[in-house]
Ligand binder design. Structure first.
Ligand code: NAD
Ligand code: UDP
Length: 328
């Protein structure tokens, strides 16, 4: 199949491109590198079934024939979208429209990468797809939360008015190799701090919860969605919105302690202010993913962290060798 992946040079997008290329699909990756990196896809660049288009989706996309679209382009880390609030809103509105236009022209399936952030600071737990959320429209996270909520609404309007086939995936916290060490998210921060014996910075008292999913499990969910859609999804005509992640919930303080222990680090844990509108609890209800996709996450937090800690340690060593001018 010929598959367009927007945001394909980012953390999740690069894993997806890699998997699709392995499966011999023709993959067209569109990315502006605003938060992604060419290094994430450099190993794919010479392959005959992989093509990179450097392009900002806020501008009209070049047309093309596609069998499916994975739309992932958007800043995603709180530090990134706080630095890029206008770009985040425009990417998720005008940018999303530009991608939906391509899907409508092709009458093809499109997966929209939404987020657990559409639930805001949730008042119900676990969060089901039926929950409408508790979002501050003018808070520091609103550029992302409302951007993604608009993207969902726009995609549903396109589904009702055109022949595209839509799946909205609400992705919960995902981690893995190729996260940027300085992207500001809890897992890269804690690992980097633990590996350098710097203090681990827990915001608030650390009692807020998250549920972390290893990237391989998420990519497997994407494969299941591709299979479903391309084998005739429009079975019941309903809007397809599905939570994707891992429902094993933990406090952020537990996460910091786990990483400190796994890195055998001498770091202390220090506490800082909780950022505005930081959700206090987050756990996906995965019943729909289980029944519709037969999705089941398989990688435990510790197995996943083990891989990421090794990856970050290697990346740090490489960086040191490069900065000291040593030949590799
Ligand atoms: P990322 O920042 O690593 O990847 C996003 C990619 O999109 C980057 O390569 C970036 O350069 C590209 N991009 C951003 N704006 C663009 C634009 N206007 N034009 C072209 N390219 C653009 O983030 P990620 O963690 O890989 O997230 C990927 C998607 O998954 C995002 O849509 C994000 O909202 C969603 N998501 C991620 C998580 C998570 O835990 N990582 C959770 C929920 C949702
Ligand atoms: N967090 C923290 N220390 C850090 C980075 C993040 O305590 O150095 C907290 C953050 O306030 C949030 C949780 O960890 O409560 C998860 O943050 P992350 O940015 O990874 O994801 P998100 O908030 O988008 O779920």
């Amino acid at each position: 199949m010929r598959i367009l992946v927007t945001g394909g040079a980012g953390f999740i997008g690069s894993h997806l491109c890699e998997r699709l290329v392995e499966q011999t699909h023709d993959v067209i990756c569109v990315d502006s590198f605003v938060t992604g990196a060419k290094a994430n896809i450099s190993h794919l660049l010479g392959k005959p079934n992989f093509k990179l288009i450097e392009h900002d989706i806020q501008n009209t996309l070049p047309g093309g024939e596609y069998d499916f679209i994975f739309h992932l382009a958007s800043p995603a880390s709180p530090v990134d979208y706080a630095a890029l609030p206008i770009e985040t809103l425009l990417t998720n509105s005008i940018g999303c429209r530009n991608v939906l236009d391509i899907a409508a022209e092709n009458k093809c399936g499109i997966f929209i990468a939404s987020t657990s952030e559409v639930y805001g600071d949730p008042l119900v737990t676990p969060q089901t797809e039926q929950y409408w959320g508790n979002v501050n429209p003018i808070g520091v996270r609103s550029c992302y939360d409302e951007g993604k909520r608009f993207a969902e609404a726009l995609a549903v309007a396109y589904e009702r008015k055109t022949d595209l086939v839509l799946v909205i995936g609400r992705i919960f916290n995902t981690f893995g190799p190729r996260m940027r060490i300085n992207d500001g998210r809890a897992i890269p921060n804690f690992i980097n701090q633990a590996l350098t014996d710097e203090p681990l910075t827990v915001y608030g008292d650390g009692s807020q919860t998250r549920s972390f999913c290893y990237v391989d499990d998420l990519i497997h969910a994407f494969e299941l969605i591709l299979e479903k859609v391309t084998s005739g999804l429009k079975d019941d005509g309903s809007v397809k919105v599905v939570n994707l992640g891992n429902s094993a919930e933990m406090t952020i303080l537990d996460l910091a302690q786990t990483i400190k222990t796994m890195c055998q680090s001498a770091s202390e844990i220090v506490y800082g202010p909780l950022p505005g509108d930081d959700p206090l609890q987050r756990r996906p209800e995965l019943a729909h993913a289980r029944s519709w996709l037969k999705y089941e996450p398989k990688v435990s937090l510790k197995e996943g962290l083990d891989k990421v800690i090794t990856w970050f340690a290697e990346a740090r060593k490489l960086e040191k060798r490069v900065s000291s001018g040593e030949q590799t």
